[in-house]
Design a protein around this ligand. Structure first.
Ligand code: 13P
Ligand code: SF4
Length: 313
């Protein structure tokens, strides 16, 4: 089907189904352009919690659909491609994580939202890159903490909060592959550029970055600093769409990665307009989560949403 026809059909079906389309910033441009809401992981969870629509289409990766389904078990939650996984979530296997937490029973378990429902069910508080710092800081200073699964985000949060957290050794294959050396070379070519980096990047990248923040944090920085004209963007390149849309007068350089890699998350890009259309038409693939696991996973997600609301995030 031609693109214009696909978009018209998606618009017809979303009305017919009374569906809301949520998209992460890492989705392809056409999907971001027609979504009801585009945001980072925290914002998508917050949106899922507040919408009345009976059908949610989560254009993102599987854990995002799962999180929405856990928050809204009564809704039909669809994901255009159910195979859209996440290397970071895959780097934390539930049985091994259970043994890790059981070996440290006095620790509060904080898990990044990029985890399966099984990991969330073993967790005390879920965080995203938008609220991890504030949530860690909201705990009493002497609270021992396990932080998983992202070692880069975990060591960054440890450094900026001064908390000595026990870290799980996981990583995202997209963010972990940005090259500090190549970024430095690019910056030498454009010395006025601001280096923006997502905290899932390696410590050497974060050390040279001018701004470290979640995807929405990086976007906000660009919006709030009209005096800065050039940016090296060290995160998935999907964010460039919103940056260019909101601030077309600036120049953006996608950050270079180590040889053989680029800043594109292939899992995120499994979702296409065509698959969005067929999932609205057929109401499948629908995300399902085992009921008792969902019940256990809901508590740390709720804690995150409540703490974020209290902290004004
Ligand atoms: P945020 O949406 O929290 O910025 O995280 C980025 C990410 O990797 C999502 O998969
Ligand atoms: Fe997972 Fe990394 Fe892709 Fe985000 S960018 S969905 S963390 S693999």
């Amino acid at each position: 089907m031609k693109k214009q026809k696909l978009i018209a059909e998606i618009n017809r079906l979303r009305r017919e189904r009374n569906a809301v389309i949520l998209a992460h910033y890492y989705q392809e441009e056409d999907i971001q352009a027609l979504a009801d809401f585009v945001g980072d992981s925290l914002a998508l969870a917050q949106w899922a919690a507040k919408t009345d629509a009976p059908v949610l289409v989560v254009c993102g990766v599987h854990f995002m659909g799962e999180t929405a389904k856990i928050i809204c078990p009564e809704k039909t939650v669809l994901i255009p491609d159910a195979k859209a996984g996440c290397s970071l979530a895959d780097s934390c296997e539930a049985e091994a994580f259970r043994r890790f937490t059981e070996a440290h029973p006095d620790h509060t378990v904080i898990s990044y939202v990029n985890t399966t429902a099984a990991i969330k069910a073993l967790t005390d508080i879920v965080v995203t890159s938008s609220n991890a710092r504030q949530i860690v800081e909201s705990l009493p200073a002497d609270t021992p903490i396990i932080f998983g699964p992202d070692r880069n985000l975990g060591s960054y949060i440890s450094r900026i909060t001064g908390r000595d957290m026990l870290l799980w050794d996981g990583a995202c294959i997209v963010h972990d592959r940005f090259s500090a050396r190549k970024i430095q070379q690019l910056h030498a070519q454009y010395p006025d550029s601001v280096v923006l980096a997502h905290p899932e990047c390696r410590p050497d990248v974060l050390e040279l970055a001018d701004v470290v923040a979640s995807t929405s944090g990086l976007l906000n920085y660009v919006v709030k600093h009209p005096e800065r004209k050039q940016f090296i963007v060290t995160t998935e390149t999907g964010i460039l769409y919103k940056m260019k849309q909101q601030c077309p007068d600036r120049t953006y350089f996608p950050a270079p990665a180590v040889d053989g890699h680029c800043g594109i998350c292939r899992d995120m890009r499994r979702n296409t307009l065509e698959k969005l259309y067929t999932c609205l038409r057929d109401l499948t693939p629908a995300v399902t989560v085992d009921e008792s696991m969902a019940g256990r996973a809901l508590q740390p997600i709720r804690k995150m949403l409540d703490l974020s609301a209290q902290l004004g995030l």
